[in-house]
Design a protein around this ligand. Structure first.
Ligand SMILES: Cc1cc2nc3c(=O)[nH]c(=O)nc-3n(C[C@H](O)[C@H](O)[C@H](O)COP(=O)(O)O)c2cc1C
Length: 186
């Protein structure tokens, strides 16, 4: 999977930590910051939950398909992701391409795994971000949802670990199917 042996162990480590983010309770990689740039040339950032890391290393999160981020991704599918592990002082800066999954079979499969209490996040009568006069008056739909899956295919991962005596910074880039790693001045 990776071409440079010197950096391979760090790639293995970061992949493992990302997978733990979806499975280990309390792991800081459960959440990441997603950045999009749609029209207007402004970076828009928000926290989302890392739901799954696929076999072929795509990162998956859920959202409401009426949300602004969907609009931005349709305008520009290039996204950045930021993960931070405070105990390990480990940061991952990731670049990739987001794909909005619209295949109804896939959506149904994932939807059936969403906890009933969390389903309301995707069933508000009005779109997320609509102004309301009182936070207790949000209405929910019974028979419809706006649940959507976003899959991010990764092209660059920058690993940075602050430690003594030397910080460690490595850029992993995806070539023709393989990841290549190079050390950078931290
Ligand atoms: C802890 C936390 C987890 C969140 N997880 C998600 C998520 O998985 N998917 C999502 O669409 N929004 C999630 N949000 C809300 C987003 O940060 C954001 O406010 C919302 O999606 C609207 O963003 P947008 O208008 O840019 O689309 C989360 C917020 C917090 C604080």
């Amino acid at each position: 999977m990776i071409q440079n042996n010197m950096t391979e162990t760090f790639f293995t480590e970061l992949e493992l930590e990302l997978r733990k983010g979806t499975s280990k309770k309390g792991h800081p990689f459960r959440y990441f910051t997603l950045a999009t740039i749609g029209q207007g040339n402004i970076a828009r950032l928000r926290t989302v939950v890392l739901r799954r890391v696929s076999e072929d290393f795509k990162l998956i999160f859920y959202t409401d398909r009426r949300s602004k981020k969907i609009e931005h991704i349709k305008e520009n599918s290039k996204v950045s992701l930021l993960f931070y592990h405070p105990k390990q002082l480990l940061q991952l800066k990731i670049e990739g391409k987001a794909e909005i999954i619209s295949d109804s079979e896939a959506l149904q499969k994932y939807w059936s795994g969403v906890q009933p209490t969390s389903r309301k996040d995707y069933t508000t009568s009005n779109a997320p971000g609509t102004p309301i006069s009182n936070p207790d008056t949000v209405e929910y739909l019974e028979d419809k949802n706006y649940f959507t899956i976003i899959e991010v295919t990764l092209s660059k991962i920058e690993y940075l670990k602050l430690k003594r005596p030397n910080h460690l910074r490595i850029l992993f880039s995806k070539g023709d199917g393989d990841w290549d790693g190079e050390f950078l001045v931290p």
